[in-house]
Design a binder for this molecule. Structure first.
Ligand code: SAH
Ligand code: SF4
Length: 336
């Protein structure tokens, strides 16, 4: 389905009409009848032809920490999720979905347990940011960051992901995010990493490594059989050489699985050339067989990395009381 901009262009309407519709969405217009800047007859014609929004919220939950999670519906009835995380000083980070499910089956991830779903379109991804931009405004806050850490593997849907990043960056489309404040997280889908390096906007790349050796990674992330650790890190180095940017390494700490002193040493050995920044992630409970590392093991792991010259930040879990945290995004009711 083409979007309203294409429909308006096909009808010979001037380009500013689509612009007016986009502005109305940023101000919270839910349907064509609320886009009062357009002539009434045109609104009625549009309402018969094309939706204003490519995704529509049908459930909303707010966490004690201010985080908001939406369940959104596509027009073919799929359910996806987007999460707006509250930070200090009115900053908000939006976590967007790129697919309605995920085919890669990481053992610790609720989306992976759902199984594969369809790729989202540029509009379906970008509309998540338009919605969040409006929501942040109603909270007297500002959408400052977008991370592709919701449902799906962005590098398996890279055309739409990069197209949506362009829309989010474009000041005329209204969201106007700095490219440096857009981050794409990948399970380590190696062919996509080379393509990311060629993309002209300096968006960030984060790689979900989660293990420093193939045996452990094979066990928790089936994709490792296809793209093992050495191949993945070689792709990250090429990316860093081409772009001059560091790669963010995500490392989920799982009790007794990947969080021992030998794991820290191996990880430090892999990353010692300064092209990486490590984020240690707390495990959010899912139906899988894992437990998060207890605080003392987390601290020991971070200290062991530091002793080997690797600086790591610990990313706190947010929105866990509404299952809005990383890896908890799953929508059981996906029917139309
Ligand atoms: N498919 C991409 C992006 C979506 S997942 C990827 O895998 O990177 C976003 C992040 O959440 C990834 O780093 C993923 O490994 C992490 N994650 C998955 N399940 C989690 C869980 N139960 N607790 C904490 N983080 C989790
Ligand atoms: Fe898919 Fe990422 Fe979840 Fe793995 S962690 S199953 S790649 S969404």
């Amino acid at each position: 389905m083409s979007g309203f901009a294409e429909v308006l262009a096909a009808w010979g309407e001037p380009a500013y009409r689509a612009e007016q519709a986009r502005q109305a969405k940023l101000h919270g217009a839910a349907g064509w009848d609320e886009v009062t800047t357009l002539p009434k007859a045109l609104r009625a014609r549009l309402a018969d032809e094309v939706p204003l929004w490519s995704v529509v919220p049908d459930a909303r939950a707010e966490s004690r920490d201010g985080t908001v999670k939406w369940r959104l519906r596509t027009h073919d009835g799929l359910a996806i999720e987007a999460v707006l995380i509250a930070h200090a000083r009115g900053r908000r980070t939006l976590c967007v979905s790129s697919q309605a499910g995920c085919a890669l089956g990481c053992r610790f991830c609720a989306t992976g347990m759902m199984g594969p779903g369809r790729d989202l379109t540029v509009d379906e991804i970008a509309d998540q940011a338009v919605l969040a931009h409006h929501e942040a405004g109603t909270q007297a806050a500002r959408l400052a960051n977008v991370v592709f850490m919701g449902m799906g593997e962005p590098l398996q849907n890279l055309d739409a992901v990069l197209g949506a990043a362009e829309v989010m960056h474009d000041p005329r489309a209204g969201v106007g995010l700095s490219a440096r404040n857009i981050a794409v997280s990948t399970v380590g889908w190696v062919p996509g990493i080379a393509r990311m390096a060629e993309f002209p906007l300096p968006i960030r790349l984060a790689v979900s490594l989660h293990a420093a050796d193939d045996d452990t990674r094979d066990r928790i992330m089936p994709v490792n059989k296809r793209y093992p650790v050495a191949n993945l890190l070689a792709a990250c180095r090429r990316y860093s050489d081409t772009t001059g940017r560091r790669v963010f390494i995500e490392y989920l700490l799982l009790d007794g699985v990947n969080d021992g002193p030998a794991d820290a040493k191996r990880l430090a050995g892999l990353l010692r050339d300064g092209r990486f920044h490590v984020n240690l992630i707390e495990y959010n409970p899912t139906a899988g067989p894992f437990r998060g590392s207890p605080p003392e093991r987390r601290e020991r792991f971070a200290s062991a990395l530091a002793a080997s010259g690797i600086v790591a930040s610990v990313r706190r879990s947010r929105g866990a009381d509404i299952a809005a945290a990383c890896g908890q995004l799953a929508t059981r009711d996906a029917g139309g």
